[in-house]
Design a binder for this molecule. Structure first.
Ligand code: G3D
Ligand code: MG
Length: 176
């Protein structure tokens, strides 16, 4: 089966680890440690026309700024999820910094932007409509919630579809 590396990127505590947990195990937990080091989960996504793609999802702590470590860990990725927190508008600036660093480091690769924690509507400072103005080259900008599961599956599906639609010579991130 075709397999690709993807990364989940964004500022501290925006919900990266929670989104991966929701997607891979359909769980939400508020009792686990902040990610220490690298965690790689894999999951097979089923796309239209019965196509399948195995995603190796890299979730790494301490990559909220575009350091050398950040660039090293994203190398070989075929795509990424960029996550902001709807209750903290400033987390979008982090997404911009990470996106710009990645774009400068190599060819642009497909990504989906998520404005997460959309369930916290009383504290909302930001939504996907606002984010879309800034991230015009994103495959999609979606509001999401790792708590309710809103748009989590869809985000990974959109990314997987976008990766498979890449031209053949641009097949970064193969892990098979
Ligand atoms: P990170 O991996 O990006 O650092 P985490 O973020 O997944 O560790 O999540 C940080 C905190 O936000 C956690 O709370 C987690 O439960 C919460 N969280 C993540 N996603 C959502 C969401 O969609 N909705 C809500 N309401 N909370 C979310 P704690 O309290 O453990 O720090
Ligand atoms: Mg984490």
């Amino acid at each position: 089966m075709d397999s690709r590396k993807i990364c989940i990127l964004g500022d501290f505590a925006v919900g990266k680890t929670s989104l991966v947990r929701r997607f891979v195990r359909n769980q939400f937990s508020d009792r686990y440690l902040t990610t220490i080091g690298v965690k790689v989960d894999t999951k097979v996504v089923r796309l239209d026309n019965d196509r399948e793609l195995k995603l190796a999802i890299w979730d790494v702590a301490g990559t909220d700024t575009p350091t050398e470590l950040f660039l090293r860990y994203t190398r070989g990725a075929a795509g990424y999820l960029l996550v902001a927190d709807s209750t903290r508008a400033d987390t979008l600036a982090c997404c911009t910094a990470l996106h710009d660093a990645l774009t400068a480091d190599r060819r642009a690769i497909p990504y989906v932007l998520l404005v997460n924690k959309i369930d916290l509507n009383q504290q909302r400072e930001l939504d996907a409509t606002a984010a879309r103005q800034l991230f015009t080259d994103a495959l999609d900008c979606l509001d999401s919630s790792a708590l309710t599961g809103d748009n989590v599956e869809l985000a990974f599906q959109r990314l997987a579809t976008g990766i498979l639609e890449q031209p053949r010579e641009n097949c970064a991130g193969r892990v098979d």
